[in-house]
Design a protein around this ligand. Structure first.
Ligand SMILES: [Zn+2]
Length: 67
């Protein structure tokens, strides 16, 4: 599964990670391709190369979503 990180931060400063099939996937101009990952945990680790504050999307990456 391919994952992406939103270039735009949420109001709390987190950049959300999404799967390619998420209905909340950001527009192509607003996302960074993280490549193929077998789990959101590894996608989140990759996203941390780009941004310090990362959160998994509540809808597509619930296992990686912070409370
Ligand atoms: Zn999502």
């Amino acid at each position: 599964m391919k994952y992406y990180v939103n270039k735009n931060a949420q109001s709390n400063g987190d950049h959300e990670v999404h799967r390619e099939d998420c209905s909340y996937l950001p527009d192509v101009s607003n996302r960074i391709d993280l490549g193929d990952h077998s789990s959101c945990e590894s996608a989140v680790r990759k996203a941390k190369w780009y941004y310090d504050d990362i959160d998994g999307c509540y809808y597509c990456c619930k296992a990686c979503h912070k409370e």
